[in-house]
Design a protein around this ligand. Structure first.
Ligand code: 5AD
Ligand code: FES
Length: 344
């Protein structure tokens, strides 16, 4: 049996099969077709929108790839007030968004209590919406308090599941073990959990990618976000090449076949390395897009990587622009909370 068919039927492959799929173009056509068929079987043509509110670009960490790392002094830092965050939600709700994603650097200014307060306000103002947090690593008790306050989902990419590779991308103060533990805590508490990794980061090998897939099989996340690494001029990784479109799409298809129920975004990074990147992502098995709801005035400052799209004049029009793009790609934006389908 051909590898894509085997992956479709058993939802896994041995590591030599995965290596072949990842390293050759031979199976791309069949892989994409099967992934799109599975996505349609589970989710039809629906594309779910998540309104991303990037509320602080302060971060205490120093990940070597990231543009908002603490040591980047060439960046104007900003924080949104509670009122500003709530006004993003109001605007988003009127545009049809039913999920709000609060994302930020690891910024101690927003204490556990401060985040709890914000979550409670969004929860009571928008009872028919999902509140998603993406605030990095915190103690299990903190995650629990935010969950009790009304947060439903948490996004925390593991970034790489290979320990040696993790060490090359992060300062010694950070640990892969801690990050993995956070993900298991979040799951245990009852969050719908999203994880994921970057494609084409410096020093990444096929074996690293296989480790990423194996870790996801262990975690069984509800959401899986992947995007190409894109170099940022003010980071130690500034001279490394960007991740490749083709490999990222191949991985999206593999993920769709391994995790048929998963919510998989066509990411902004994918749209940044290719003008049609997000559309290709949808055709390869992705079923979510996460447009920016942050005030246009701060969008350029949340620059994790160079040339990030949707940060300029056009930014206010993302909702309409995306609706057109998604329709042209053959799918349909739905105004729906977009919960994960039962894992089966
Ligand atoms: N290129 C692509 N993605 C990046 N991220 C951080 N820095 C970069 C970069 N240079 C991703 C990380 C993080 C997510 C919010 O953005 O995977 O989890
Ligand atoms: Fe942002 Fe098109 S999606 S401008």
């Amino acid at each position: 049996m051909q590898l894509p068919q085997q992956l479709y039927e058993t939802r896994t492959l041995d590591s030599s099969g995965l290596k072949t799929l990842l390293e050759t173009q031979t199976f791309d056509k069949e892989l994409t077709a099967l992934a799109d068929a599975v996505r349609r079987e589970y989710y039809g043509t629906a594309v779910y929108l998540r309104g991303l509110i990037e509320f602080t670009n302060y971060c205490k960490n120093n990940c070597l790839y990231c543009g908002i790392r603490n040591e980047n002094r060439n960046l104007e830092r900003y924080r949104l007030t509670e009122e500003e965050i709530l006004s993003c939600c109001k605007n988003g709700y009127e545009l049809g968004y039913r999920t709000f994603v609060l994302q930020g650097g690891e910024d101690p200014f927003y204490t556990e209590d401060a985040v709890t307060g914000i979550v409670k306000k969004i929860r009571s103002g928008y009872p028919d919406c999902a509140v998603t947090l993406s605030l990095g690593e915190h103690p299990a008790e903190t995650y629990q308090r935010w969950f009790n306050a009304g947060a439903n989902r948490y996004l925390l990419r593991h970034e790489t599941a290979n320990n040696e590779h993790y060490r090359k991308m992060h300062p010694a103060t950070m640990s892969l073990l801690n990050r993995k533990e956070c993900l298991f805590h979040l799951k245990k508490i009852g969050y719908q959990v999203g994880s994921g990794f970057m494609v084409g980061t410096p020093f990444q090998t096929t074996e690293c990618l296989i480790d990423d897939l194996r870790f996801l099989q262990e975690l069984q996340p509800d959401m899986i976000g992947i995007g190409p690494f894109i170099s940022h001029r003010d980071t130690p990784f500034k001279d490394f090449p960007n991740g490749k479109l083709r490999l990222t799409l191949r991985l999206i298809s593999i993920l769709r076949l391994m995790f048929p129920y998963a919510l998989i975004p066509a990411t902004t990074a994918l749209g940044t390395i290719d003008p049609q990147g997000r559309e290709w992502g949808l055709r390869s098995g992705a079923n979510v897009v996460m447009p920016n709801l942050s005030p246009v005035a701060v969008r350029k400052k949340y620059e994790l990587y160079d040339n990030k799209i949707c940060t300029g004049e056009e930014a206010a029009e993302c909702r309409a622009c995306l609706g057109r793009r998604i329709a042209r790609a053959g799918y349909e934006v739905v105004s729906d909370i977009g919960n994960v389908k039962k894992h089966s």
